[in-house]
Design a protein around this ligand. Structure first.
Ligand code: SAM
Length: 321
């Protein structure tokens, strides 16, 4: 197993199935152009081969399926069914929820039990302005369908000062009523937000969010697992919410994440555009591929930041959120 000076190792793998997306969220895509697949995206069979190798070489035990939007690609079904057969402690999915209804049968068949839905507002007009694709009503129907099927849902919201600050409490009410854990994600300086004024104009800090929430609720900080990215808060008698406070409380020192892009590159850190190709290893016998992969993983682990996210022009769509 590969461990760095801070005791960090790779445990959580995020696999981006495709760079394509049916939304064009303002904070992810600057010009509103719908995202397309990356060049040379790998089929489900190769992505599964890569996952198995990473399990052996890095000791991965948790996997999250992401994108782009993972439900837009036809390989979603095969990848999901394949990955659910692997001896992993936990498999989860991050999606914008627009196509969950269409994928309900395969989700049931696979047995996956944890899904995060990204949803930034409950207001149809603001939804159109931020997501620039899809429709809110379908997402809300799909959330109800997943709850009916017994899936444990979390909702991820990126609060933006100029776009959806007014939804901070409404989203929390909606989630508490349904027993869903809401997680506010502090805006990250990625892609076009790494430069220019957009980040400063829209950033809402953990302190600012807690101020808004305290207008209506009393809450106390509660425990979070060692390598969790979220600070968690309990509202007595009502439920829990979290804040992924990437800026206010960076979690680089305990980060165990590794990312595999749809075109076969490994990224050790969201705040570092260095990438390491795995494609050439997939067809080698394991006595050759495993030592090579160990070397690659040492390089990817060294890409992690020591203390805090620095901002990065890499776009989330390529490496998965
Ligand atoms: N399409 C899927 C979805 O919407 O969940 C998966 C990919 S998306 C890149 C994953 C998450 O990253 C979403 O919750 C999205 O809101 C978040 N995200 C994208 N860009 C971000 C940024 N600059 N700062 C904070 N979160 C961001």
């Amino acid at each position: 197993m590969i461990v760095d000076k801070l005791g960090r190792r790779f445990r959580n793998l995020r696999v981006s199935l495709t760079a394509a997306c049916n939304y064009a969220c303002t904070y992810c895509v600057p010009d509103g152009k719908r995202l397309v697949p990356a060049k040379n995206e790998m089929p489900a069979t190769d992505l599964l081969k890569a996952v198995k190798l990473l399990q052996q070489a890095a000791g991965i035990d948790k996997l999250r399926i992401t994108g782009g939007e993972p439900l837009v690609t036809p390989k979603f079904d095969d990848f999901l069914l394949g990955v659910m057969q692997l001896p992993l402690e936990d498999v989860s999915l991050t999606t914008n929820g627009q196509l969950l209804g269409k994928k309900r049968a395969v989700i049931r068949e696979s047995g996956i039990k944890r899904i995060n839905v990204s949803l930034d507002t409950l207001n149809p007009m603001r939804f159109k302005q931020i997501a620039r694709g899809g429709d809110l009503h379908t997402v809300l129907e799909n959330i109800d369908a997943m709850l009916e099927d017994g899936v444990r849902l979390k909702i991820n919201m990126v609060p933006l000062r100029t776009q959806n600050q007014a939804d901070v409490l409404a989203m929390l009410d909606y989630c508490l009523e349904r027993g869903i854990e809401l997680r506010y994600i502090e805006l990250m300086r990625m892609g076009h937000l790494a430069t220019g004024n957009g980040f400063q104009a829209d950033f809402l800090s953990m302190a600012a969010l807690l101020d808004i929430i305290s207008e209506k609720y009393e809450f106390a900080r509660t425990d979070a697992p060692y390598d969790s990215t979220a600070a968690r808060f309990q509202i007595p008698g009502a439920g829990v919410f979290g804040i992924i406070a990437n800026e206010s409380e960076p979690f680089c020192r305990t980060c165990t994440r590794l990312r595999l892009s749809s075109d076969g590159y490994l990224y050790g850190c969201l705040s570092n555009s260095r990438r390491h190709s795995m494609q050439a290893l997939l067809d080698l016998p394991s006595y050759q591929s495993l030592p090579k992969l160990q070397n690659i993983l040492m390089g990817a682990l060294a890409d992690k930041q020591l203390a805090a996210f620095q901002g990065e022009t890499t776009v989330m769509k390529f490496i998965g959120g």
